[in-house]
Design a protein around this ligand. Structure first.
Ligand code: HQG
Length: 180
């Protein structure tokens, strides 16, 4: 039985960043045939059974993958260029971004940029943003005026777990009051 967290990380790596590492090519929306993925993983020493892949998709702490009609794709996190998972959606008025203090000076100047990824990832609630930030250190949560961005023509996508947008200019960001 493989470690399902490690398996999930590897499947995420393949479907988000480097399908060629196991000889796969994704379609424009990031899909690949499940049978092709399982064969490619097995051929590269990362064999998973269909049941184990199901557990990777349905288990874990959050929804990262979509299985449909015998195909699978990552829903967020891509660095490879793929079309967004769905059509543009009007966002809630406020979204949240969890980061850490060392990035704040650059974020104040440049806004939120996707960096290595295809999209900037935003959270629908503060608690989720804290969890995202805690991967890197003590969380700093920024509020995003998504309503104003939407009015100004910025496009948002909902992956089912995270909100995606191309970039967030600094004018739409605000810090929370300091808590003691
Ligand atoms: C920061 C995980 C300097 C940004 C999470 C973040 C999420 C800047 C880091 C998903 C900046 C990028 C994505 C700027 C942004 N200057 N730093 N102008 N703009 N940053 O990992 O949002 O578990 O690429 O604040 O839960 O942390 O993998 O993005 O700290 O949903 O499914 O640059 O990844 O999902 O880091 O995380 P990331 P993220 P999974």
């Amino acid at each position: 039985m493989p470690d399902l967290v490690a398996a999930s990380k590897h499947v995420a790596f393949v479907l988000r960043h480097d399908p060629a590492s196991v000889g796969l090519v994704l379609d424009a929306h990031g899909w690949v045939e499940v049978a092709d993925l399982l064969a490619a993983l097995a051929a590269h020493g990362h064999a998973l059974t269909p049941d184990e892949l199901d557990q990777v998709v349905t288990g874990g702490d959050k929804r990262r993958f979509e299985l449909r009609d015998g195909r699978i794709r990552a829903l967020h996190g891509h660095s490879v260029v793929v079309e967004p998972a769905g059509p543009p959606v009007a966002p809630p008025p406020v979204l949240y971004h969890g980061t850490v203090a060392r990035f704040i000076p650059a974020i104040r100047t440049e806004g939120l940029l996707p960096g290595q990824r295809r999209w900037v990832h935003l959270s629908h609630d503060r608690a989720t943003a804290c969890d995202v930030a805690a991967r890197r250190g003590r969380p700093v949560v920024l509020h995003v005026d998504a309503a104003a961005m939407h009015t100004a023509g910025h496009v948002f996508y909902w992956s089912g777990t995270v909100w995606l947008t191309a970039a967030v200019p600094p004018a739409y960001l605000s810090s929370e009051p300091q808590r003691r």
